[in-house]
Design a protein around this ligand. Structure first.
Ligand code: PMV
Length: 361
């Protein structure tokens, strides 16, 4: 599909008012997206587990207005007005206006809340932009009831990407791939697709415990981090590596080869952070406790032969990944050994999930 496929058809209805609510999960990349071209096009393909418990729920109420000049919206986060989010939403609406021309016909009241603690360092932009995109597509569907279901989800992912790149991997589950790759049919830089190859059952219920190492503001935003891949001395090799890691992952995901899965996923996480440390200016998002946790995971894996591994996103928190079959003992290990490295002892148990859902009422 190309950009033109997302231009709208004719609207049959323009309801006076209405309200829609969607819940969209966060996701954690196994092969990382780091580096982009305008507008929100990835420098390399990526793949992620869609999560379940860590999610954003967004309601959009819409009411017909008299003028069509400019966007009109109010924004509430956890019930309170949130004006500092407004510029990001304004930019998002400007980017997607040509695909949703009804946006200037209505006044919108957007209410959003996260299932995870505020400023936990968990990227809420992925779940937030995915939930908002689902709501906007739901409104488009009311205007054009003929819109078919598969286009509905693909376009939602397309819009979410324009809000925050990795958000395009949060509309569907359980493994979503984003970025054109010659060996992955229907893969696209424009939107995420459900992973089209065999997935071993072990990965369909994989667990992810997010260890909240540092909850403060990040020292460098991911927007800046992506930009620093331009002119980065190792960028081209890194991008090639991501392409080949997606090829390597195919038999691993089919066979459930956890040893190779662990090696690939941990190498991806450390490579992401190596890119940060070798950019100019250089920066580091890991904290001493991030490293303490990684070392304890390695020791535990060596001693018990339990297939736990870690991954990282653009922050200090550690995602601990393990099969559901090992849940009990790994969660004991977390409580007894890793919680002490988390800020206020906080962590969140999550699991692979199925993607965005509509909330009725
Ligand atoms: O979607 P962004 O621009 O916040 O970038 C996300 C980048 C990583 O989380 C570090 C990797 C990824 O693929 O999710």
């Amino acid at each position: 599909m190309t950009e033109n496929d997302f231009l709208p058809g004719d609207y049959q209805n323009l309801p006076e008012q209405g309200k829609v609510t969607w819940k969209a999960p966060s996701n954690i990349a196994l092969v990382k997206y780091w580096g982009k071209r305008p507008v929100q096009m990835p420098a390399n393909p990526s793949i992620s587990f869609t999560l379940d418990a860590c999610a954003t729920t967004t309601s959009v109420s819409f009411e017909k207005k008299n003028t069509k000049d400019g966007f009109s919206f109010d924004l509430f986060f956890e019930g309170k007005p949130k004006d500092d989010f407004k510029p990001k939403i304004q930019t998002f609406l400007e980017r997607i206006e040509m695909y949703l021309p009804f946006l200037k016909e209505y006044h919108f009241t957007i209410g959003t809340s996260n299932s995870f603690p505020h400023s936990s360092g968990i990227a809420s932009s992925a779940s937030g932009m995915a939930a908002l995109s689902m709501c906007l597509m739901d409104i488009e569907k009311q205007l054009n009831p003929k819109l078919d279901d598969s286009l509905f989800f693909v376009k939602a992912s397309y819009l979410a990407r324009l809000g925050s790149g990795s958000a395009c991997r949060s509309t569907k589950g359980n493994l979503v791939q984003w970025g054109a790759h010659q060996n992955i049919p229907n893969s696209s830089d424009l939107y995420g697709i459900e992973y089209p190859f065999e997935i071993n059952p072990v990965f369909k219920s994989y667990c992810d415990t997010i260890l909240l190492v540092h909850k403060g503001q990040k020292q460098v935003s991911s927007t800046v981090g992506h930009q620093l891949m331009h002119g980065h001395p190792y960028a081209e090799n890194r991008f090639e590596q991501a392409f080949s890691n997606l090829d390597r992952l195919k038999p691993i995901l089919a066979d459930g080869n956890l040893e190779e899965f662990i090696e690939l996923v941990e190498s991806e996480a450390l490579t992401l952070h190596a890119m940060m440390m070798t950019s100019m200016p250089y920066f580091m998002l890991m904290k001493p406790d991030t490293l303490e946790i990684i070392n304890k995971i390695w020791e535990y894996r060596e001693a018990t032969k339990t297939p736990v591994c870690f991954t990282l996103d653009a922050g200090a928190n550690v995602h601990l990944l393990y099969p559901e079959a090992d849940k009990e003992k790994v969660q004991d290990f977390i409580k007894n050994e890793l919680a002490e490295h988390c800020q206020n002892g906080q962590y969140i148990h999550d699991q692979v999930g199925l993607g965005a859902i509509k909330i009725n009422g």
